[in-house]
Design a protein around this ligand. Structure first.
Ligand code: 1OR
Ligand code: 1OR
Length: 305
């Protein structure tokens, strides 16, 4: 029932908020700089054009929070969307009447989009663990600019997302929810997309071009000069960057663009929330990585350790 309501609430063409006046919160140059830096990697803003993005920045306002403060309470109506400038925030979800910490934001990312996108109550409670700084964006501006763009995103990516083998087992509505929150990133020839050893916060699907996966060699001579060996390539419809999210470990390999590359990017919270049903497929493939690892380097390193 809820999903039917969502589909209705989503229709952007009769968005009543369209005629509302433009929201502007004046900012100092210093604030604007910090805001721009905090918003640089926000996936939901990636689909905006320059004009829309600058309207979003104008409308955002600074929010300072204290330890233990609830920025959002599960079950309430959604007022704002938040971008994190700094601070650590727990994601708490009520399960059988008990609050369970299901994840954490660590000094980056954004939250509070779901209630605004689908006109639903807040799906989780967000609690500041320390002093923090956020940038809020009011509901009306979020709907007018970001949600409106989502209709275009759905049209653009519907066919492609249908063709991604990993996502075949999901319902259409679930795949569309992935489209709603994904971002698109472009990379130039040779650009590093993932660095081995880094902490991970997102997952990638190749939309166009080719991605080369490289690993630091485990042989002694190579290790000394830090040489990397190519282990595989990913092309349109294939995914990478799942391993670190599934294992909670640093990136196991590096990824580089070959020629111009476009990837769909999903943050770790959306990955956890929406790709649960695909995890078994990923885990089966990870078992194959382990076999290949032994074949390539002759060691029996367990990637899941
Ligand atoms: P919102 O407007 O519903 C709470 O307000 C926000 O918490 C929500 O938007 C998301 O931005 C964020 N399930 C639901 N909401 C989540 C989750 C989440 N994680 C972050 N948010 N799950 C946790 C995944 C790590 C699934 C829990 C079962
Ligand atoms: P990640 O989050 O660890 C690097 O970031 C990504 O490279 C990784 O997720 C996988 O998506 C991708 N071993 C480890 N990672 C691999 C491998 C792999 N293949 C692709 N990735 N293999 C075994 C190593 C010899 C498979 C080789 C075919």
């Amino acid at each position: 029932m809820r999903s039917m309501l969502c589909a209705e609430a989503f229709n952007p063409d009769d968005d009543e908020e369209d005629s509302e006046p433009r929201v502007v919160h004046p900012k100092t140059d210093e604030q604007r700089c910090r805001l721009q830096e905090a918003c640089r990697d926000i996936l939901l803003f990636k689909a905006l054009d320059q004009e829309q993005f600058s309207e979003v920045l104008d409308a955002m306002f600074e929010v300072l929070v204290q330890p233990q403060e609830h920025v959002i309470d599960q079950g309430e109506d959604g007022d704002n969307f938040y971008v994190i400038e700094r601070g650590v925030y727990d994601i708490v979800v009520q399960k059988d009447g008990v609050g369970c910490c299901v994840g954490q934001y660590d000094n980056k990312g954004s939250f509070g989009e779901l209630a605004l996108m689908y006109n639903t109550p807040r799906a989780a409670t967000i609690i500041a663990k320390e002093d923090g700084a956020l940038w809020g964006l009011d509901r009306a501006t979020f709907r007018r600019l970001v949600v409106k763009n989502n209709a275009k995103k759905r049209r653009m990516y519907e066919t492609f997302i249908e063709s991604v083998p990993l996502l075949k087992s999901l319902e259409l509505s679930e795949r569309m929810k992935i489209v709603d929150v994904l971002g698109v990133k472009s990379f130039q020839d040779g650009e590093r997309i993932i660095m081995q050893g880094d902490m991970a916060d997102c997952f990638y699907v190749v939309e166009s071009g080719e991605v080369k996966i490289m690993m630091k060699s485990k042989t002694k001579a190579d290790r000394q000069d830090n040489a990397e060996v190519e282990i595989t390539r990913c092309s349109r419809g294939q995914y990478f960057g799942e391993l670190a999210l599934v294992t909670n470990k640093p990136r196991a390999a590096s990824a580089y663009a070959i020629g111009d590359v476009k990837c769909l990017v999903i943050d770790v919270q959306a990955f956890e929330r929406l790709l649960g049903p695909c995890k078994e497929i990923m885990k089966r493939n990870i078992a194959h990585y382990e076999e290949q690892l032994v074949a390539l380097f002759g060691s029996s390193v367990d990637l899941r350790d």
